[in-house]
Design a protein around this ligand. Structure first.
Ligand SMILES: [Zn+2]
Length: 267
């Protein structure tokens, strides 16, 4: 059984929700994907009722502040738990080698305690295959024009079947990566804003896209379930309805527009 626990759902500059990051929570442990922009990650973990000792790995997509700064707090927390025998270790941190170097440097500079060697920094790049918590991950280079960014195609095994999930970080699907998305059971896609509000939020100048665009890609590539996140936060009360309605203009499968802390059953 695997659950997608959304710790945050907003873009970098949101103030009414947390930055986009989530946990893939399985019976064999949990993988955190990004950590948001700060120590709000501690609050979100507490509110979600997740146990830090189950977090066995963190997959860092890229080094923008809204994804990487929370990682320092995660390491501070995990390191302390390991040193007090409250986390079994090891804890694997996966990311681009340059980003891991930055995190290592930041931890040595900012944190008082030395890092346990049970915290392992594991460089990855497009094409890397790894298995964590019973989930097979193939790393995808999302071909960002801004900064190196990694996503993944996950194969989640359950007793009688398997399902696929694709995460492409916080940018729309590059055509070179359509092969990974094709016929995926789950696509986790950024949707910076509504197409109808494009003139207000200017998604394309920031290399982002809209709920309408995400729906179009998901439909064309035969995706079954579409999760929209990394959005603006001007109207969270109606975000779920508005974004789903717009994506639905193109996409005929299931659409999820989660709020922070919402849990989606994956398998
Ligand atoms: Zn972002």
């Amino acid at each position: 059984m695997v659950r997608l626990v959304m710790l945050g759902t907003g873009h970098a500059m949101v103030t009414k929700c947390y930055n986009t990051c989530f946990v893939l929570d399985s019976d064999k442990g949990s993988i955190m994907v990004d950590a948001g922009g700060g120590n709000g990650i501690l609050t979100q973990m507490e509110k979600a009722g997740l146990d830090w000792s189950n977090i066995r790995a963190l997959f860092l997509t890229h080094a923008h502040t809204d994804h990487i700064m929370g990682v320092i707090w995660v390491i501070r927390q995990i390191n302390s738990l390991i040193q007090h025998q409250k986390h079994p270790g090891p804890f694997q941190l996966y990311g681009h080698s340059k980003n891991l170097d930055y995190i290592k440097y930041s931890c040595h500079f900012l944190l008082c305690d030395s890092l346990s060697d049970r915290i392992q920094f594991l460089p990855i790049c497009g094409g890397t295959q790894l298995t964590e918590c019973g989930i097979d991950l193939e790393v995808i280079d999302i071909h960002s024009t801004k900064k190196e960014q990694l996503g993944f195609r996950a194969v989640i095994h359950t007793d009688d079947k398997e399902c696929t999930m694709v995460c492409l970080g916080d940018e729309p699907c590059h055509e070179a990566n359509e092969k990974y998305v094709k016929n995926a059971d789950w696509l986790l896609s950024e949707a910076f804003c509504l197409k109808s509000e494009e003139q207000i939020f200017h998604p394309y100048t920031k290399h982002h896209s809209t709920a309408y665009d995400a729906g179009e890609i998901a439909q064309r590539l035969g995706v079954k379930n579409l999760v929209l996140y990394h959005t603006e936060d001007s109207d969270l009360e109606h975000r779920k309805k508005k974004y789903a309605e717009e994506a639905m203009q193109n996409f005929k499968g299931n659409i999820f527009v989660p709020d922070d802390l919402e849990v989606i059953q994956i398998s």
